[in-house]
Design a protein around this ligand. Structure first.
Ligand SMILES: C[S@@+](CC[C@H](N)C(=O)[O-])C[C@H]1O[C@@H](n2cnc3c(N)ncnc32)[C@H](O)[C@@H]1O
Length: 339
């Protein structure tokens, strides 16, 4: 037997392997409503264990993983919320992300057990994603994610576009939960929305709009952009959020087809992921891209240059971009159809 002293450290690989369980730890903490038991000031482990009805020695390592990940705080021997966990992970918070966490984990489930098969050439996982968008759980999860990320920044940008007060019609392609449209409609009383999505999604959305009090201002229309033109129009504004990736193989063609449903002088706004030259968050964006490609899409990122070229090709001008935040990969691009 030869005993060789390692020249390098195996640590980075070990840390990656350990990270696999940390995602499950977040999901479990959400399932178990651990964050609901916590407060802004530190509480001792015993108090939390008693509130939740769990053994302290099982709860403690879960809390320590959450603390190491920056999700909660550990101070004076107790555990407390950070602003992040208080805002997003307490189930009574208006920006609660519980269903969004579940949805994210479900996307991972679709690829993780067969990752090596997919990478080595097996037909990719969920090309037929159509059904996965059209459940109440997916709509709720995507809605929570939207509320916690792009809805307000997109609505603010749209409301700041020249001529917004005169807009009367908006089309939200792939609008799913309808929240982007609702937030824009809240900023202009005379505006009406058409949310176009795959037929089973539109079906669920109709009831949702009625429930939320937008039934008379939003029409939910079932259609498939792969084979059909946008229904209705021409619109003052077409909005797309996190859907252009599906048409990225011919982005210019998709933008041109959308442009055909916008009146001259009207606007197209796209909200989507772009790396946008950022160096931070590389692991998150690399994993997102891996998951996206193995689900049959060509990329989860559309950079400014690509969209600018597609806008120009389709006769749009006055192109502008705004990152949603310094940390996120989301970017909002807007352009006006030539008059
Ligand atoms: C990732 S979700 C985005 C939902 C929402 N816009 C948001 O940003 O939260 C993509 C949406 O596009 C819809 N979609 C996907 N392919 C479509 C197609 N070919 N025609 C119409 N809608 C489509 C899906 O049903 C889903 O609701």
């Amino acid at each position: 037997m030869q005993f060789i002293k390692p020249e390098t450290s195996f640590r980075p690989v070990h840390d990656l392997l350990m990270g696999g369980l940390s995602a499950k730890a977040v999901e479990a903490a959400v399932d178990l409503k651990v964050f609901d038991a916590m407060e802004a000031a530190p509480l001792p482990l015993e108090t939390l264990a008693e509130r939740l009805g769990f053994a302290g020695d099982r709860l403690e390592p879960l809390l320590d993983v959450l603390e190491a990940g920056g999700v909660i705080r550990k101070e004076a021997g107790g555990y407390a919320h950070t602003p992040l966990s208080g805002e997003f992970l307490v189930s009574t918070s208006p920006l609660y992300q519980g269903m969004s966490v579940k949805l994210n984990m479900r996307f991972f489930d679709a690829v993780q057990d067969s990752l090596s098969d997919f990478v080595s050439g097996r037909e990719v996982a969920c090309h037929d994603g159509d059904r996965s968008w059209s459940t109440e759980e997916s709509i709720q999860g995507m809605g929570q994610y939207a509320l916690g990320s792009g809805v307000v920044p997109v609505a603010e940008l749209v409301a700041g576009l020249p001529g917004f007060d005169g807009f009367r019609s908006l089309c939200d392609l792939g609008g799913n939960h309808g929240l982007y449209t609702m937030a824009v409609l809240d900023r202009n009383e005379a505006l009406r929305g058409t949310v176009c999505d795959l037929p089973p999604v539109a079906e669920l959305l109709r009831a949702r709009c009625d429930r939320l009090g937008y039934g008379d201002r939003i029409e939910a229309v079932g259609f498939d952009f792969r084979t059909e033109a946008l229904p209705g129009g021409p619109y003052d504004l077409v909005l797309t959020s996190h859907i252009l990736y599906a048409f990225r193989d011919d982005l210019a063609g998709a933008v041109r087809r959308i442009g055909e449903s916008i009146r001259p002088g009207g606007w197209f706004v796209s909200h989507h992921c772009a790396r946008d030259g950022r160096q931070g968050g590389r692991m998150g964006s690399a994993v997102l891209e891996l998951q996206t490609r193995l689900c049959g899409y060509s990329s989860h990122f559309i950079e400014r240059e690509e969209l600018t070229a597609a806008f120009a090709d389709a006769g749009f001008e006055d192109v502008r971009f705004r990152p949603v935040s310094a940390e996120d990969f989301a970017l909002i691009g807007a352009a006006r159809k030539a008059a």
